[in-house]
Structures are given as C-alpha cells and as structure tokens.
Design a protein around this ligand. Structure first.
Ligand SMILES: [Zn+2]
Length: 264
C-alpha cells in the first residue's frame, strides 16, 4: 500500500485500491487496463493534467496497458474516502448497472452499433444523486486535479457540483468491449483552442466529463446528465427517463460521442 495525496480529500494518506466500476459489478478478475496517460516508474499516475491527445488514433495499439489481477481500478484514494463512497453510493450504482446489463443482451443487442441511436434509461426507483456521485468519484480517481469535488462527494447531501464540469452518459451495447480510463485529454481545434475532457468506459456504460474551465468551447453533444447532480439526496423518481446516446464500442474518439446524427 503506497502513501500519497488522496484524489478526493486531498490529504496525504495510505492509498487503497478503488474498483472501477465497483467490485460488486463483477469487476474482480484479471483485466487489461488501458490508459492514455504516462505512468511513473513507481506506478503512480502522471501529475500532468493533460499529457497527450489520443484522438485520431482510431485504435488502442499505441496506448499503454497493464494487467490488473484485481479487476479494473486505481490506487489513488484513501481508505476513508473509499469507504464513504462504498457506504453511500455503490449500491445504487450497482443496482442500475446490473439492470442495464441484464437488458443489454436483448434490447441493446438489437440497436447495437447503429450510430445515432438513443435508448431511454428508466430511473424509476433509483436515486439519481447517489449514482451521479459514484460516477464523479470514478473521474476523481482517474483524472488529476478534481479536489473541488471534495465537498460534493464527501457530504452525500451536497448538490453543489462545481459549475466547471459537464457530465455526459452513454450506453455501450457491446459488453465485451474494452474498459477505459483516460485521465484528462485535450482535443485540439485546428484553428487554435482546445476542449478538455476525460473518459471512463465500462460497458454497458460510458461517461465523458468536460472541463469547462480549461476549454475554449464545449461541443454540442447528447447525453448530458449534469442536472442529476441537483436532485435531492434520497429522492427516488417515480418517473424519470434519461435519453442516452448509444456509442459504438470501437469508437475511440470520446470527443465525438453523442454528436447528433446530422451534425458530425
Ligand atoms: Zn481521502
């Protein structure tokens, strides 16, 4: 167990392994973990916020990967933070994850791979805020410099998700697809300027987090779930459907995920 700065509370403490997605989703066996960031010799993550752009590569061949025997995850947050997340957010997350994964074999298989498709995700009975916070914690653990999410994550009732971020959610129908955690990446515009985003993908879900504060502009994309961060703690909707874009698991350009069919 290594000692370092916890990515959530910002304190220097022994760091524990955080499963992404949670172990209860079945994330407990050997996986290849692809990363778009460089790693230090000690296995820690590079502190550079933006290390490279992976866009345009089209595949994973030049990305580093390492084998993880414990499933996919990182050792970047402390035990206290880890257990706070575990107690408050993991169960709601796993419930929705399992629900979607079970329906994936039929519903998602039908629409799988057809770009521009969207599916309705029924959130009835699921607590949106807990789910949202679990996802944000995945980004904190894998993308550097998100200590401004500390209060939002460590006070379960807090709904002040920093204005700086915008979170998008996608459905990845291919359950055998790669899992991916990119850290921050910069999509560089030809005319100058950049869009800063991070991606976490574990089928059937994929997420893209945009950093408004470090982007000259953000693209117009479907699947924005940022508003879920304003739902009160304990609120379980009787009727709420998220309209989520379906992405092709082979599409390695998260910047383009959720683009409207006629607006490439
Ligand atoms: Zn911590």
């Amino acid at each position: 167990m290594s000692v370092g700065i916890c990515r959530i509370c910002g304190e220097r403490k022994p760091l524990t392994f955080e499963h992404i997605p949670p172990r209860a989703t079945g994330n407990d066996h050997t996986v290849k973990v692809y990363t778009a960031y460089r790693e230090h010799g000690d296995g820690g993550l590079n502190a550079d916020a933006i290390t490279r752009s992976m866009f345009g590569d089209g595949d994973l061949d030049d990305l580093k990967y390492r084998q993880s025997q414990r499933g996919m995850g990182v050792e970047t947050i402390c035990r206290d933070c880890n257990s706070y997340l575990g107690v408050n957010y993991v169960q709601p997350f796993v419930g929705l994850f399992d629900d979607v994964r079970q329906s994936a074999t039929n519903v998602l298989a039908e629409i799988g791979g057809r770009k521009g498709q969207a599916v309705g995700l029924d959130l009835r009975g699921f607590p949106p805020l807990a789910f949202f916070k679990q996802v944000v914690s995945n980004f904190c653990a894998t993308a550097d410099g998100m200590l401004d999410c500390k209060d939002f994550l460590l006070d379960r009732e807090n709904t002040d998700f920093p204005e700086r971020y915008r979170l998008h959610m996608f459905i990845v129908p291919d359950l055998g697809a790669y899992k991916l955690m990119t850290g921050w990446m910069a999509y560089l515009f030809k005319g100058g300027g950049a869009c800063c985003l991070a991606c976490v993908e574990y089928p059937p879900f994929g997420f893209v987090l945009y950093d408004r504060g470090r982007s000259s502009s953000l693209p117009d994309r479907a699947g924005d779930i940022t508003e879920l961060s304003r739902c009160p703690w304990g609120y379980r909707p009787e009727g709420m459907t998220l309209c989520l874009p379906v992405v092709d698991a082979g599409d390695r350009q998260p910047y383009l995920w959720g683009r409207y069919p006629d607006a490439v």
